[in-house]
Write a new protein. Structure first.
Length: 280
């Protein structure tokens, strides 16, 4: 393997024996390295072959800003999920779950902890994935001294479910069309252009997928934290108005209402994709 580009001290992109790009992780693997250098096999901890160039670019962008320990923890959780679930997970899990865990840990250290209104439902409908989430919580605590509640186990479980998501073609098409309509609503109402290859865009679309899975399961009811909803509505009135319009759109297409709390969480995701507030 020869180095193609140094991402940081612990991550490089390289060319394998078939001249295809791979992403290689290992302690100090990029330190003082330069394109064309051979990679020592003993330094390699993990090799990633993404499904396409876009996925590879997203992984490199994500990994460039994360510590080696964060990458190791996320990879151990994914390896554990693969072993104990015996299910095929989409390669994008390395992007979505790693990004989620890093963001959650950072959010925790800033004193921002959101509850998951679907914890009980996730434990009921996706118990195997939920158990992986509990394993993840223990590992995160050991590695970063961050003790999440079981709500975070449910959030991790949902990312795993999304990676194994397998619906009928009709459902996938309906969800895809609806997500496209929602993107247009956001761009039109907020007068912005979303970057489809960005991590922020991926986070938003992943959230929409979770939302549709929940909306289409009428028995997966949610409770409402009125104080949280009011705080979000007051803090981000323009984005909350956009979320309300999205709620109306989803209701028209599915015949199901989304809760005020769902609108609040949707508002937070919309806020994060606004170009001028991405640093928050």
């Amino acid at each position: 393997m020869r180095i193609l580009k140094v991402i940081n001290n612990n991550v490089v992109s390289a060319l394998d024996a078939e001249n295809l790009e791979i992403i290689v992780v290992g302690k100090g693997i990029g330190f003082k390295a330069k394109p064309g250098d051979l990679i020592r096999e003993s330094a390699v901890e993990k090799v990633f072959r993404m499904q396409n160039e876009s996925e590879a670019e997203k992984l490199k962008a994500l990994y460039s800003g994360l510590s080696l320990e964060m990458l190791r923890v996320a990879n151990r959780i994914i390896d554990y999920a693969k072993l104990h679930l015996s299910k095929q997970l989409n390669q994008s899990i390395y992007i979505t779950l790693t990004d989620h865990i890093a963001f959650a840990v950072d959010r925790y250290k800033q004193g921002m902890v959101f509850r998951n209104a679907l914890t009980m439902e996730v434990r009921r409908f996706y118990n195997e994935e939920y158990q992986v989430g509990l394993y993840a919580l223990e590992l995160i605590d050991q590695s970063f001294n961050v003790r999440f509640t079981e709500d975070e186990a449910a959030s991790i479980a949902l990312h795993i479910v999304n990676a194994e998501f397998d619906s009928s073609l009709g459902e996938v098409m309906r969800m895809t069309e609806a997500i496209d309509g929602i993107i247009k609503i956001v761009e039109s109402r907020l007068n912005i252009r979303l970057e489809e290859n960005s991590l922020f865009y991926d986070r938003f679309v992943t959230h929409l997928k979770f939302l549709f899975q929940r909306v289409l399961k009428p028995d997966m009811s949610v409770t409402t934290d009125n104080d949280f909803v009011e705080m979000v509505r007051t803090s981000y009135p323009e984005e909350f108005s956009c979320s309300t319009a999205i709620g109306d759109y989803i209701s028209e297409r599915t015949g199901h209402l989304i809760s005020e709390e769902d609108k609040a969480y949707l508002t937070i995701h919309i806020r994060r994709i606004m170009p001028n507030v991405r640093q928050t």
